[in-house]
Design a protein around this ligand. Sequence first.
Ligand code: GLN
Length: 240
Amino acid sequence: MHLTICWLYPTSMNIYGDRGNVLALERRAQWRGIDVTTIGAGIGEPLPEDVDLFFIGGGQDGEQVAVAHDLQGAKSEAIRRAVDDGAVLLAICGGYQLLGHEYRPHDAAPLPGIGLVDLVTVAGPERFIGNVVVESEFGTLVGFENHSGLTTLGPGVKPLGTVSVGRGNNGIDGFEGVRHRNVVGCYLHGSLLPKNPVLADWLITKALERRYGAVTLAPLDDAFEHEAHASATARAVATR
Ligand code: GLN
């Protein structure tokens, strides 16, 4: 099988090591004998055709201004069409904020989002920084957050999960992230996927199933991944 990953804005939207998510997706597919092609699509660059999985990482407000405007129009439409057709998308923090209708930063005019998910983000007075533990359909997810944006999901929009440690979407409703079709958006840096292998494999499986039908990934020896997950979760709980 073959997996095509489109890494959106690999240089602009890649803070706190979010590139580790792309490495984890590539390796966990390759370790199962799946061929992977990863294509970067930066500002002014076209989106590749026939993408199975989109990834966009986090970014500072300044980077998000240029990215938000570059996404408007044809790129947003192409991503929405692919997701409606079952393509997978993982968006972290600043990338997650741009999935919605709008992101209103502190020191810039409101930024238009892709309009993929019914959510809005507004920069708040406090920067949420710290470890995060989330209870989700993928089990316990662990990472860390560093954002001032406060994200509110529209009525009926499904969160990724509920926060057991940390602040999450807005520090008020107890939700973290968003789930929409085969889309996962969240504030979890870490990077997220190396220490949350269940989610990594779900993303790979869904991306392959759109092209090949039912897919069952061979199990991997995830001893290191589980140890990293347990260690990060224990640290998060101990320091909350
Ligand atoms: N600039 C956005 C915020 O501060 C996103 C930050 C990030 O991607 N870590 O909320």
